[in-house]
Design a protein around this ligand. Structure first.
Ligand code: ADP
Length: 259
């Protein structure tokens, strides 16, 4: 019997090497697993609207679907979703490939916040069930960020806040802290379950896939926001209470003398 004659290998370097190989293999398996999930999610996301579009077109062609305004509206809605999905995916893949479309520069946040909030508010009725306001109480110091990317983050967060709030209030605030300015989007909407909160920044994650898909979401917006915030050396956080509302906030570093 070999095991009784050969002493067990007790070489520390060997053990360390074996350990690190095991870890590498586990990491690679994780990457491969996530890639497989991504492809399968993606296939599903693309197939759903495409199946609907094809069904309508076949129905129109053989006369079983009336060429009604509703039918065309549905076709436009579904192709719009495909388009958004592809745009979002392209943006996300650029970000993940490490192609950095951010140009950091000294930036005054207040005018940017005002402009974006005004644009959204203009689309809401003043007496409607949904109110949007910007609440800037203090003077904001300049930050070091990319205006286009900050706008993109804000547009994403505001679209979500309005999409997931049937009636109530959406408020944008900004707060000056020692090293960063925090921008907060608060809504009084449906909120997010505590068990779901850790997943909201994951690609394709949605609290309720069929409901959130019908509302026009792609499940990529927050993943993009998170990458964009990171590229600008900030942080993004969420707090939420089901039935009460959600609060998304992100930070941007303040402009220092030697950025
Ligand atoms: P989507 O395009 O589906 O909104 P996001 O990545 O922007 O994708 O958001 C992921 C999911 O997080 C949404 O599908 C929704 O379930 C949830 N969510 C995001 N923002 C809010 C919000 N303000 N209130 C409630 N749920 C939200």
């Amino acid at each position: 019997d070999l095991s009784t004659r050969v002493p067990p290998l007790e070489i520390p370097e060997f053990n360390r090497l074996a350990h690190s190989f095991n870890r590498m293999a586990a990491d690679l398996e994780g990457v491969e697993q996530r890639r497989r999930e991504l492809v399968s999610d993606l296939t599903h996301e693309l197939r759903t609207p495409l199946t609907i579009v094809r069904g309508y077109l076949e129905g129109l062609a053989d006369g079983t679907v009336e060429p009604s305004p509703e039918a065309y509206a549905r076709l436009i809605h579904e192709t719009g979703r495909l388009q958004r999905l592809i745009n979002d995916l392209q943006e996300l893949s650029k970000l993940e490939a490490g192609y950095l479309p951010v140009q950091l520069q000294p930036l005054s946040l207040a005018p940017l916040l005002q402009q974006v909030v005004r644009r959204f508010a203009d689309q809401l009725s003043e007496t409607g069930p949904l109110q949007l306001k910007l609440d800037l109480t203090s003077q904001l110091p300049p930050v070091y960020a990319d205006p286009e990317r900050v706008e993109q983050i804000l547009v994403n967060l505001l679209s979500n806040a309005l999409r997931y709030t049937a009636a109530g209030q959406v408020t944008v605030t900004a707060e000056d802290t020692p090293t960063a300015v925090w921008v907060t989007v608060t809504d009084t909407g449906i909120g997010i379950d505590p068990v779901d909160l850790p997943h909201v920044f994951e690609r394709f994650w949605r609290a309720d896939p069929s409901r959130d898909r019908a509302s026009g979401g792609t499940g990529i917006g927050l993943a993009i926001c998170q990458r964009l915030v990171e590229l600008q050396n900030g942080q993004i956080e969420v707090d939420s209470q089901p039935g009460q509302g959600s609060q998304f906030r992100f930070s941007l570093p303040k402009l220092t003398k030697n950025p």
